[in-house]
Design a protein around this ligand. Structure first.
Ligand code: PLP
Length: 417
């Protein structure tokens, strides 16, 4: 097959071979074959810059933050708060008060459900999500429903995996208290029209939470331009460490919200009778944070911005087009999720082969894809399938990776007839 990409080999263009050298794990073999890593939507690999930043912090600067007057505690605090400033710049937020470090997208959404929504909603009030959400943007609202008696409304999608706009608008009602939607779908790759969603919700005075877990590695996000009220993402999908993520919240909203966990660091004074809470953003960060994670996340942001998010997106888009074209030619293969605007995710099924068997055969060829429901069981139900196999591309994938994927899928077809 013609494994050609615009841009790849021209001088000054995106140099994917150089990018690959930044990721030592890509040099390893799986089952005696060179690894092809196409599970980036689940978790991306880390470049040396991130590994080294974490190692440097742990080797030279670690202590607890915000507490000690000694040199190491000050160094750790500087590193941690410096990372917060890096995140602020990455998102173009107004202030570091708006940047809350959390474990990841899941924790960020639970924080909004419990601290923003719970005190504000009651029976009859509505939370509006879409039919393509990850479980992390479904279950916290179901828990809220159990706690408060509110209603969960779900805006439908079409067979391409796109939000049906008129239905979404119709579901925005005078009882809607919050809209919570994915910026990019992990199961289908659909990029949602988030600007339009924010505009329509705000026109009715409804705040919007965007789940940016799948967006930040591919799209330059500017929370002020988007105008969203909350934005959540995880470090590990952005070439950073696991266990660290961010909740961005508009300061006016965060200031009014009660803390969601209690403990050290989120207080100013404590007595048995009365506790006063810390200022933003620390009010939402009870206990010792993931300091090296924040440092690694900041390094990951330096890394992707060094490559250029637009350059990464263009590179991945070319891979998406190539993969879509080549996979469509395989006998009995159906691509699930064919939205007009898509990130570099190709979900698919193959006639007479269970997605888990596809995953196993691909693994024996050194090709790592995900198979399953991708934590989006309602999406699978909508398409009437139990699962899909999913190839998701990152900044280091190549046309040769697509070629290896296609060859392995032909092998699966041979094995299963
Ligand atoms: N939202 C989306 C769209 C995701 O793809 C994921 C992870 O796959 C999550 C939320 C949850 O992220 P985490 O497990 O890092 O909290």
């Amino acid at each position: 097959m013609a494994a050609t990409l615009p841009n790849v080999s021209r001088p000054g263009a995106y140099d994917v071979e150089r990018v690959r050298r930044d990721f030592p794990i890509l040099a390893r073999e799986v089952g005696g074959k060179p690894l092809v890593y196409l599970d980036n939507a689940a978790s991306a690999q880390r470049p040396l810059a991130v590994l080294r930043a974490v190692e440097h912090y742990e080797t030279h600067s670690h202590a607890n933050v915000h507490r000690g007057v000694h040199a190491l505690s000050q160094a750790a605090t500087e590193a941690f708060e410096g990372a917060r400033e890096r995140v602020r710049r990455f998102l173009n937020a107004r202030s570091t008060k708006e940047i809350i470090f959390v474990r990841g997208t899941t924790e960020a959404i639970n924080l909004v459900a419990q601290s923003y929504a719970r005190p504000r909603v009651g029976p009859g009030d509505e939370i509006l999500i879409t039919a393509l959400e990850h479980h992390a943007n479904i279950v916290p609202w179901q828990m809220l429903r159990e706690q408060t008696g509110c209603t969960l409304k779900v805006a439908p999608i079409n067979r391409r995996g796109e939000l049906i706009w008129d239905e979404f608008e119709r579901l925005l009602s005078p009882r809607t208290r919050l809209v919570a939607v994915a910026h990019v779908s992990n199961a289908l790759g659909t990029i949602l029209p988030v600007e339009r969603i924010v505009e329509a919700a705000h026109a009715r005075g409804v705040p919007v939470l965007l789940d940016g877990a799948q967006a930040v590695p591919h799209i330059a996000v500017d929370v002020r331009a988007l105008g969203c009220d909350f934005y959540a993402f995880s470090g590990h999908k952005l070439y950073g460490p696991t266990g660290i993520g961010v909740l961005y919240g508009r300061e006016e909203l965060l200031a009014e919200m009660p803390p969601w966990q209690g403990g050290g660091d989120m207080i100013l004074t404590v007595s048995f009778e009365h506790t006063t809470y810390n200022d933003l953003p620390w009010k939402f960060e009870a206990g010792t944070p993931h300091i090296s994670g924040a440092v690694g996340l900041a390094a990951a942001m330096d890394y992707v911005e060094g490559l250029g998010l637009d350059a990464i997106a263009a590179h991945e888009h070319a891979l998406l087009e190539l993969a879509t074209k080549e996979l469509s030619r395989i006998d009995g293969l159906e691509i699930i999720g064919t939205a007009e605007r898509k990130a570099a995710v190709v979900s698919f099924t193959m006639r007479d082969i269970h997605p888990h068997d596809i995953g196993t055969i691909l693994d024996s060829e050194g090709v790592a894809v995900r198979s399953g429901h991708h934590c989006a069981m309602p999406v699978m139900e909508f398409f009437g399938i139990p699962a899909t196999a999913r190839a998701s591309f990152g900044c280091y994938n190549t046309p040769q990776d697509v070629e290896r994927l296609v060859a392995a899928l032909h092998k699966a077809r041979e094995v299963f007839g």
